[in-house]
Design a protein around this ligand. Sequence first.
Ligand code: ATP
Ligand code: MG
Length: 264
Amino acid sequence: MNSPIASEFLGGGAARPARDGEAIRLVQASVRYRVPHERIGTFKEYLILWLQRKVKHHTFWALKDVSLEVRQGEAFGLIGQNGAGKSTLLKLVARVLRPTSGRVWVKGRVAPLLEIGAGFHPELTGRENVYLNGAMLGFTRQEMDARFDHIVDFAELWDFIDAPLRAYSSGMWARLGFAVAIDAEPQILIVDEILSVGDEAFQRKSLARIQGFQEQGVTILLVSHNMGVIESLCQRAAWLDHGRLQAIGEAREVIRAYRQSQPG
Ligand SMILES: Nc1ncnc2c1ncn2[C@@H]1O[C@H](COP(=O)(O)OP(=O)(O)OP(=O)(O)O)[C@@H](O)[C@H]1O
Ligand SMILES: [Mg+2]
């Protein structure tokens, strides 16, 4: 369970894995989505249009030619406007998505904390979701038995643990997701904006926990619209704009450049 996993995601071409000391490496990674031109009401309508070859798509690049490296033990921030491609990039690293072209290498066990709800099922209880999530992270039932109390303690959700997740507020949902992911002793922690969902006390606790990971040498990839959080946690950052890498470097410098580009 603790051995590092080297994984490679492809878009063709010769392999050249992450170098020593690198946790994540993207080389000209691009993601293209196909979007139907007009809103299609039902699946049946879609099928009829498709059979008539009348479904018109346009394609667009959510991520275009992004190259970057994150070193082992580094906390790396990702910033940019809504729709800039930040979550898309995280999904590549979390192996939820494959790049349309380019390459993505990730070295180490990843605990993904993607957008709220990713990997959780609303009809299952909190308890069932914890076990399911643990299974997805590669833990056995026995291992999860040993971790369970600790997870629910951190989430502070004992009162709700046997209720279905649809009865949870989005903040409670996020707490559970956060608690499961950080209990997994990840080598790479991916956090998508989740810190902004919990209440203030939980945000502080989560932040402290992330800092603790940092001290242990865990690699952290963090997306946030909260520049204060990025600046206090991350050494380096990248700014994405319409799917392209606009700037990369010292977090403070990248934040300043991003802010200067924003109106108002
Ligand atoms: N499954 C999908 N199909 C089509 N388009 C998508 C899909 N997922 C995301 N997109 C589009 O890709 C672009 C990038 O989305 P992404 O979620 O990566 O942005 P983001 O930077 O995380 O934004 P935010 O700050 O709002 O979370 C957006 O224009 C979005 O609408
Ligand atoms: Mg996002």
